[in-house]
Design a protein around this ligand. Structure first.
Ligand code: PLP
Length: 482
């Protein structure tokens, strides 16, 4: 047998954390593909040595491992502690699980993904096609094309009352990249990152990746999941470096009113080390009378704020991978430097499409207004439908396309052939199993009493989902009145 090893381009998925940090015998693992699976083609990656013994250096342990023979090559499969400190995204895991079930023929209704169900508006898609035809297919400047950054400056001025110059804008491969780079750029090991919960799944993990400590600020459904400024103030220490705000919020749909943001800004102003990442990616998906306020527009906050936005949600451009950050040049340049060694500039084609998106008019013009109208109808339908069910607590979302409902009064029930439903995770497994509806457990967002329903699905799909969920809830014990 030819001994093989995986190249850097191959990917390896580990099943079970016990493997992490241990050495793996490729011979036995190829015979037992359940324990470790390599998705790349291993053929042709043969070890060249003709010697029967081979030295492999074991990273992390500092020891030298001697492979006994050509067909028993031991590979050190230990991973960086960074990997162990980061949790995988539950939204991605559940979406993948639901997709696998659908592919296996199970009629699962998927309401787990954070992705608009609409196509990218035609003028944007057309601009992308033209970009290819016209040869805009090369690297762009790392920070993004001047054309796009100028258009972003114009948008921020017109829609958000924020003045930036193009060198204060960095375009990235999605807002996710913008955020993680900002966290990496400003946090030192041991710094604290304040995150109101429920939070977008990635914020705490991004803090951990920067060797910073997430400090979670719980909120309550009765307060519309908005952070209490007094709680924020009480959690501030000399290590506090970042506060991450998300409005409209994923997962709750809450929108921070201007007055509350002003109170938060007063607290931030008193702590010179504290910066704010204001994630405004759902800015346009907002339901009047709610209005959006950019945190950087508040008195004294321009210097303190890194404003993140992107094209994925409002313009239904998730696959185009385009987001951006705007802020003081010092911080944006630092993010730019990190990006220059991570990925370089974002896709030239997507950047051309993004210019077209910003050209659709104020807040995305008619194309975005049509989608927001549909989201609003769906929100109204879900709020009404779940409002009729005993034991369900709701805070009406004012933006984004998620409903975050408290179903904890259904916990503690033993279900025949299933087990106990005692937390958001088991409840979501129960819904997937018994109702074939995929939802995301609230514990992924830091609130185990709730589950998240994404209403980026047609009204008829939502109607079918509600029917199934209602039936599944009836099978649970009668809920305790709240
Ligand atoms: C709150 C929030 N911020 C940022 C992102 C990242 O968006 P993208 O990387 O697609 O631009 C998401 C996507 O789900 C999100 O929900």
């Amino acid at each position: 047998m030819t001994a093989t090893t995986a190249s850097s381009s191959s990917s390896c998925s580990l099943q079970g954390s016990s493997r992490i940090g241990s050495r793996t015998n490729i011979h036995s693992d190829l015979l037992n593909p359940k324990s470790i699976s390599f998705s790349s083609n291993l053929k042709g990656l043969s070890l060249k040595s003709s010697a029967s013994k081979r030295q492999l250096y074991s990273r992390g342990k500092g020891s030298v491992v001697i492979a006994q023979s050509m067909d028993r090559v031991e590979v050190d499969s230990s991973l960086s502690p960074r990997v162990n400190s980061v949790k995988p995204s539950k939204t991605v895991a559940i979406t993948d699980q639901a997709t696998a079930l659908v592919q296996a023929g199970v009629p699962v209704i998927r309401l787990a993904a954070g992705e608009p169900d609409f196509d990218t508006p035609a003028p944007i898609a057309e601009a992308g096609k033209n970009a290819i035809r016209e040869g805009h297919t090369r690297y762009t400047p790392n920070a993004g094309t001047m054309e796009l950054r100028s258009a972003i400056c114009h948008k921020l001025k017109e829609e958000n009352g924020l003045s930036y110059t193009p060198d204060q804008i960095l375009v990235s491969n999605g807002a996710k990249q913008s955020i993680v780079q900002a966290v990496l750029a400003v946090c030192s090991p041991g710094d604290e990152v304040l995150i109101p919960a429920p939070y977008w799944v990635s914020y705490p993990e991004m803090a951990r990746m920067a060797d910073a400590t997430p400090v979670i600020l719980p909120t309550s459904i009765s307060e519309d999941f908005l952070v209490d400024p007094k709680l924020l103030e009480s959690k501030l220490t000399e290590k506090s470096r970042l506060l991450i705000l998300c409005s409209p919020s994923n997962p709750t749909g809450s929108v921070y009113p201007r007055k509350l943001l002003e109170e938060i800004a007063e607290i931030v102003a008193r702590h010179p080390r504290l910066l704010v990442i204001s994630d405004e990616i759902y800015e346009h998906i907002i339901y009047a009378p709610a209005t959006h306020t950019s945190f950087a527009s508040l008195p004294g906050m321009w210097d303190r704020t890194l404003t993140v936005n992107g094209f994925s949600k409002a313009f239904a451009m998730t696959g185009w991978r385009l987001g951006y950050i705007a802020g003081p040049k010092h911080f944006v340049s630092a993010c730019n430097k990190i990006q220059s060694q991570f990925t370089s500039g974002a896709s030239s084609i997507s950047q051309k499409a993004a210019v077209a998106a910003l050209g659709l008019g104020y807040a995305g013009g008619e194309a975005v207004a049509i989608m927001v109208k549909a989201f609003r109808e769906r929100r109204d339908f879900l709020v009404m439908s779940f409002g009729e069910i005993d034991g369900v607590k709701i805070s009406e979302p004012r933006g984004a396309f998620y409903l975050f409902i408290d179903l904890s009064s259904y916990y503690g029930v033993e279900v025949d052939g299933f087990g106990t439903v005692n937390d958001s995770e088991s409840l979501c497994r129960y819904f997937l199993d018994k109702a074939q509806v995929a939802l995301v457990p609230g514990d992924a967002f830091g609130d185990d009493t709730c589950i998240r329903i994404s209403y980026a699905a047609s009204l008829s799909t939502l109607q079918a989902a509600v029917e199934r969920i209602k039936k599944a809830l009836v099978t649970l014990k009668p809920p305790v009145p709240v």
